[in-house]
Ligand binder design. Structure first.
Ligand code: SAM
Length: 237
C-alpha cells in the first residue's frame, strides 16, 4: 500500500477547503468540499468532459455486471453520477445510495430510482436488508489496511455474498515508476520534498485487494480492467 496525496479535485484546490494535512479528510472535509462544488457548478453537465466520459464508461461496465439485478446498493455514492447514469441505462433499477456527506446528493435527489441514505455501512441501514447486488465505487482508497478488512468483513457478516469494488487508486508498475521518479527529484532538490498536498488515502496493488477480500471471507476473487487505471474487483463467498 502507498500513500496518495492530492492537490485538487474537480478544479477546486483542496487547500481552499482546509490547510493541507497529513490526516485523512474527515466527513466535514468532504461536506465542505461538496458545498464548494455546488457553488462552482450547477449540474453534472458542467463538470470536466473527460471525467464525465470516464464515469460514463464505469457506469456502462457496471451495468454489464448488474445483468437482471434490480435492487442495488451503492456504498459511498458521492454526487451520484454513476448511479444517475445507471438508472438512465436501466429505468427498472432501484438504487439505495449510501453516502456519509449529507449534502453530496443534491443532483440526484429528484431521481425517483435513487434513495440516498446518509451515513456509514452497515449502521445507516435497517437491521434486516437484502439487495440483489452491492458495490462500492472509488471509496477503497479511504480505508487503511485494517479498516478495509473490517469494512469487507462487515459485508460478509451482513450476509452479502457477492461484492464489487471499483478502484482507480491502483498501485501498479506505472504508478510505482512515477512515485520513484518523484522521490528521486525530491532527494535531488528539484522538487519540494514536503510539497505533497492533502493526504487523500491509499493506493493498493491487485494482490493487496485480493488478500483483503480473501481474509474477509470473499474467497473467490476476480479482477477485470477498465482502461489503464481502473480495476473491477469482484469477490464471492
Ligand atoms: C471519490 S468519492 C467517490 C464517489 C462516487 N462513488 C463516485 O465514484 O463518483 C469518495 C466518497 O466516499 C465517501 N466516503 C468516505 N468515507 C467513507 C466510508 N467509510 N464509507 C462510505 N463512503 C465513504 C466520501 O464522502 C466521498 O463522497
Amino acid at each position: 500500500m502507498k500513500k496518495l496525496y492530492q492537490f485538487e479535485w474537480h478544479g477546486i484546490s483542496l487547500n481552499d477547503i482546509d490547510a493541507f494535512s497529513k490526516s485523512l479528510p474527515s466527513k466535514s472535509f468532504y461536506n465542505k468540499f461538496y458545498e464548494k462544488l455546488f457553488e462552482k457548478y450547477n449540474g453534472f453537465y458542467e463538470l470536466d468532459e473527460d471525467w464525465l466520459k470516464y464515469k460514463n464508461e464505469v457506469a456502462n461496465c457496471l451495468n454489464s455486471h448488474l445483468k437482471n439485478k434490480i435492487n442495488v446498493l451503492s456504498i459511498g455514492s458521492g454526487i451520484g453520477i454513476v448511479e444517475n447514469t445507471l438508472t438512465k441505462l436501466n429505468p427498472n433499477l432501484r438504487i439505495t445510495a449510501i453516502e456519509p456527506s449529507e449534502n453530496a446528493s443534491r443532483w440526484v435527489k429528484d431521481n425517483p430510482n435513487i434513495a440516498v441514505v446518509n451515513g456509514y455501512f452497515p449502521k445507516c441501514l435497517k437491521r434486516e436488508f437484502s439487495f440483489d447486488f452491492v458495490y462500492a465505487n472509488s471509496i477503497d482508497y479511504v480505508f487503511n489496511e485494517q479498516e478495509y478488512r473490517d469494512f469487507l468483513k462487515s459485508l460478509v457478516d451482513c450476509g452479502v455474498s457477492e461484492f464489487l469494488v471499483i478502484s482507480s487508486a491502483n498501485y501498479n508498475t506505472w504508478v510505482s515508476i512515477k512515485l520513484f521518479v518523484k522521490e528521486i527529484l525530491g532527494a535531488m532538490g528539484i522538487i519540494n520534498k514536503q510539497d505533497n498536498g492533502q493526504f487523500w488515502g491509499y493506493l493498493r496493488s491487485k494482490i493487496e485487494h485480493i488478500e483483503a477480500m480473501q481474509r474477509s471471507g470473499f474467497n473467490d476473487v476476480k479482477i477485470t480492467k477498465l482502461g489503464t487505471d481502473t480495476i473491477f474487483i469482484k469477490g464471492k463467498i
